[in-house]
Design a binder for this molecule. Sequence first.
Ligand code: HEC
Length: 174
Amino acid sequence: MAAKHLIGLLVFSLALGNSWAQEEQPKSDEKAPSGTAASAPTTPQAVHDYKISPEDAARKNPTKFGSVSVERGKKIFNTQCVMCHGENGDGKGDMVEEMKINPPDFTKPETLKNRTDGELFAIMNVGSGVMPDQRRMTETHKWNIVNFLRSLSGKTPEKATGKEAEENVILVPQ
Ligand code: HEC
């Protein structure tokens, strides 16, 4: 019985190790342009080396990709992210020049193509050198933002049913 458990644990950690390796691969590739971005600020800043665990990356978005969620996400994005990421997520926010930053262009489908919803959620939690972390924001707000980010590159959210729209209580962004 005990041995059986041990084997199960071993298989589990192997599987984790494997997904971790896959997780790490693209990041190390993307590290190089990150360095060049500093000297050539006209090209959008390359992906930051966020520390995301395989569990976080694999986390499923519990919030339906629907218009209600996207609209809610947009409202919070407009208060917390727009100054850097720009109104339509193109990376041309008001603070960009002053802060000498160059956020990625979310309107291009390839920008977030390799990111899972779990990774986007985790990135908001950890923040980066310039980007504030959103640890204190409720999880639902963050999943709504994830859905909004997905809509920026042209993905169309499911239309809300009449009932859902009624249930759409406007929450005050934190
Ligand atoms: C102070 C400016 C600033 C604010 C505010 C900000 N960001 Fe960022 N963000 C950046 C910069 C610059 C990058 C690219 C470099 C980096 O990651 O540090 C970035 C990167 C990202 C990425 C990573 C894209 C990728 O795949 O690597 C995501 C996702 C993101 N931001 C989402 C958000 C969201 C959502 C908010 C609001 C809750 C937000 N950011 C607020 C500046 C900002």
